[in-house]
Write a protein that binds this ligand. Structure first.
Ligand code: AMP
Length: 426
């Protein structure tokens, strides 16, 4: 019997796992600086929650959820996204009637039964934020400003927001009818699933990847032609303020996003490296969701970043930090080597590793030189990788021999002068 990771899931080791950690640390730092606190909700929710919020006729609910009955026959679902869970938690814990605005962020795994392909997994991670209680465009500006601060902290440049407005439930219905009218004579080539969408929820056709549907949608009515006056004013104000805030955006009339809970503003940010269709994040306003999940009327806006894609395309940071590899010559020096390692760590000189196998200088140096080759992938500066040799002679003299592996230069340093040596060289 060979055990394998479940299809569409994966194991993350360094350096990849460190890229995820770096993204999450940047989120904590940048979102925290904007007043957002972290929320953690369960991976499991009642299935009904997603049907009601994400929408029965969306691809996610219709065919992508991991849904099962538990031992008591309750239908549970592994969360396919995190906004529904966050809103459920806010309502359940009575935060929706507390002080406003409410600012929360999250990071965690999400699950969708999709066809695995490059950058698309069945277990993937999202980093997101939600801002509740702000009806005006200032909410959009704060959310997008924070998003760009986060992406900037990760080294992204030149990203552009794709922006649209889907209006209210009423204006969406008008738009949907117009779309049905427009597509009535153009839908011969549609598959069964897209015919169902056309009848039940025509907006969802914009999620279709079928070229026949895409072609039929060319020149179709636009959401922005159906906006009610308030939504139109809101949208114009968002566009004006984004310009002031220096957030680059372009209007994307066909952007509707794959979830039903959006109202008014929707947005995405794509990365050209992933192909034109592949967004690294998406978000929007959801002014009716809190109410529809049993809370008070409460406007809200949020976004979800696909962390897997984000780390795949994020610029690699310049290596920073050093490594000391402490080599006891034999088992007799191991104890002393551990003490030297502790001392080096207390000097905050970078990572410190001990050759616990005490396999002798020759073999250990081979490993040390291999570390030099791994420097880039471990985010280490080549010039700051040192072997610290501890043999019988060093033990007797209370010294260590420190060798800079990139140049081969070495120096014997009295233990008492280790701090000074490191301050000067490492
Ligand atoms: P959504 O929740 O569908 O609006 O998606 C938000 C972001 O999550 C997308 O822009 C993707 O970057 C990411 N995402 C969605 N589904 C997957 C998946 N199956 N695998 C990896 N990333 C995904």
């Amino acid at each position: 019997m060979k055990y394998r990771a479940v299809k569409g899931t994966r194991d993350l080791f360094p350096p990849e796992s460190e890229r995820f950690a770096r993204a999450e640390e940047a989120a904590r730092r940048v979102f925290g600086a904007h007043g957002y606190g972290e929320v953690r909700t369960p991976s499991l929710e009642a299935t009904e929650l997603f049907a009601r919020s994400v929408g029965e006729t969306t691809d996610i609910v219709h065919k992508e959820m991991y849904t099962f009955l538990d031992r008591k026959g309750r239908s549970l679902t592994l969360r396919p996204e995190n906004t529904a869970g966050v809103v459920r938690a806010i309502v359940e814990n009575r935060l929706a009637s507390g002080p406003m605005p409410l600012r929360l962020w999250y990071a965690g795994p999400q699950f969708r039964y999709e066809r695995p392909q490059a950058g698309r997994y069945r277990e993937f991670r999202q980093i997101g934020a939600e801002l509740l209680g702000v009806p005006g465009p200032a909410a959009e500006i704060e959310i997008l400003t924070m998003l760009f601060a986060f992406l900037g902290a990760l080294g992204f440049q030149g990203l552009v927001v794709a922006l649209n407005s889907v209006g209210t439930a009423a204006s969406r219905e008008d738009f949907g009818k117009a779309l049905q009218g427009y597509l009535a004579s153009r839908s011969e080539g549609f598959g069964e699933d897209d015919r169902r969408k056309l009848a039940e929820n025509p907006l969802r056709l914009f999620d279709s990847k079928d070229p026949a549907v895409r072609a039929a949608l060319e020149g179709s009515p636009r959401t922005t032609d159906f906006l009610d006056p308030d939504s139109k004013r809101h949208h114009e104000e968002v566009r004006r303020l984004l310009g002031h805030a220096g957030i680059p955006f372009r209007d994307e009339p066909s952007l509707v996003r794959g979830l039903d809970y959006y109202t008014r503003t929707v947005f995405e940010v794509a990365s050209s490296e992933l192909g034109a269709q592949d967004a690294i994040l998406g978000g929007g306003r959801y002014d009716k969701l809190v109410e529809s999940l049993g809370g008070p009327p409460l406007p809200a806006i949020g976004f979800a970043i696909g962390e897997d894609r984000l780390v795949q395309v994020a610029p690699r940071p310049a290596p920073s930090g050093g490594l000391f590899y402490v080599l006891p010559q034999g088992p007799e020096e191991l104890d002393e080597a551990l003490r030297v390692a502790a001392e080096l760590r207390s000097l905050a000189a970078g990572a410190v590793e001990v050759d616990l196998l005490a396999r002798g200088f020759k073999k250990a140096m081979a490993r040390a030189n291999a570390l030099l080759e791994e420097a880039a992938s471990r985010g280490l500066e080549r010039e700051k990788i040192f072997a610290v040799l501890l043999g019988a002679r060093e033990r007797e003299d209370s010294t260590v021999t420190i060798k800079r592996l990139s140049s081969g230069d070495q120096e014997t340093v009295p233990r008492a002068q280790l701090a000074a040596w490191i301050a000067g060289r490492a």
